[in-house]
Write a protein that binds this ligand. Structure first.
Ligand code: NAD
Length: 355
């Protein structure tokens, strides 16, 4: 198969981790007889430096016209002073909106080899951590009006029934393919938008009798994720709640550097990125963990390119690398072998097999 991939290396550690993911894709294409064409796209701080704009229209067009987009990360202190609507992260929001990817899926799964890296008690980890957060990505307060009038700042939170329904359906469909449990997270004791959210979710539940729907307030959910994570199968929630909860969920699995994500809309053209940021503190030092980006590439193979065997091959290669005792600094523990970003990529590539 021939696939055209838009590649956004971005800022900070972005270029280093994306390089490793591309090397992995190259190995997959050789083994399985595919052709992956890459088109470089400038977004984030590097685009501000080059064009004075975090995502010029021509760059967005390359993404929309691709079969999928692989992104490293954007942002950094260097661009902290630029006006709000020109910040690197604004490029990311525009990209998500421009691609129409309204559903962000983040798995929170503990790798058995990294159980010791979780900050949770062993007894909690032993119960198992394996859930997915389905986050609404292009609505809510991040996309509402933002303004400051005198000494008052205003951010507007809006959700329509249609917006809730389309993400709600992704939640039900995802649960249906897993253990059949869906937890809808909101703040319906305070927010109108959350009361609407809850109403729509319960209306949809009638169409998915095989899925068990439960409701949870977001503050309780934040607590339950660390107290009893094994209770969750799929969590569906709005944009800001999902942003916060998914970072919390990533941490209990050991390292933010390990977690991939996919963002999809109506078409198979998806956006794939690790959940972490550009980590300016370790940029250019060859110490970043590229696994979150490599697993994002595996998700691209699985969900956008319908290549499940190829995705399995990449995920198995990561597992074999961990089994062999190699670790980047963020997940290093006693008795393991410390490797850098590049070496990590090379070792994983060496483990990719065609079954
Ligand atoms: P961050 O995720 O970049 O870093 C948080 C901590 O995790 C740092 O100590 C960092 O070294 C570490 N870390 C992150 N990724 C790692 C990896 N792959 N391997 C090893 N360690 C890793 O979050 P931050 O410091 O809050 O943000 C830095 C910049 O990234 C900011 O400009 C922020 O706006 C931006 N950001 C971008 C995205 C994105 O592009 N999707 C997401 C979040 C933050």
């Amino acid at each position: 198969m021939v696939k055209n991939i838009a590649v956004i290396r971005g800022d900070g550690i972005g270029p280093e981790i994306v390089e490793q993911a591309l090397n992995v894709l190259d190995k997959v294409s050789k083994l399985y007889g595919h052709t992956f064409n890459y088109t470089d796209v400038d977004m984030g701080g590097c685009a501000i430096d080059k064009y004075g704009d975090p995502l010029p229209e021509a760059e967005l067009k390359k993404c929309v016209e691709s079969d999928s987009v692989l992104l490293g990360a954007v942002g950094g202190d260097k661009w902290n002073g630029v006006p709000g609507n020109m910040r690197p992260e604004k490029g990311l929001l525009r990209l998500r909106a421009g691609m129409g990817v309204y559903s962000n899926n983040r798995p929170a799964k503990i790798w058995s080899q990294l159980a010791d890296a979780s900050p949770l008690k062993k007894s909690i980890v032993d119960e198992g951590i394996d859930f997915i957060i389905v986050r609404e990505l292009i609505g809510g307060i991040y996309f509402g009006e933002h303004k400051t009038e005198g000494d008052t700042a205003i951010d507007v939170l809006t959700y329509s029934e249609a917006e809730i329904e389309r993400i709600g359906r992704i939640g039900f469909e995802t649960a249906r393919k897993r253990r059949g449990k869906l937890c809808s997270v909101e703040k319906s004791n305070v927010l109108d938008s959350s009361r609407l959210w809850k109403k729509v979710m319960h209306r949809l539940a009638d169409e998915y009798p095989d899925v068990e729907l439960s409701d949870m307030l977001v503050d309780n959910c934040a607590m339950q994720i660390v107290k009893n994570p094994s209770q969750f199968d799929v969590i569906v929630t709005e944009n800001m709640f999902g942003d916060i909860l998914s970072d919390e969920a990533s941490m209990i699995t050991g390292s933010i550097g390990m977690i991939p994500s996919s963002s999809l809309g109506k078409t198979s053209c998806g956006l794939y990125e690790p959940i972490h940021g550009s980590a300016p503190d370790i940029a250019g030092k060859d110490v970043a963990n590229p696994i979150g980006t490599i697993l994002s590439a595996a998700m691209m193979l699985r969900f956008s390119f319908d290549m499940p065997k190829e995705a399995d091959a990449v995920e198995n290669a990561v597992s074999a690398y961990l089994d062999a005792g190699y670790r980047t600094a963020d997940i290093m523990s006693e008795g393991m072998t410390l490797v850098g970003c590049k070496k990590c990529g090379e070792l994983i590539i060496g483990n990719i097999r065609k079954d």
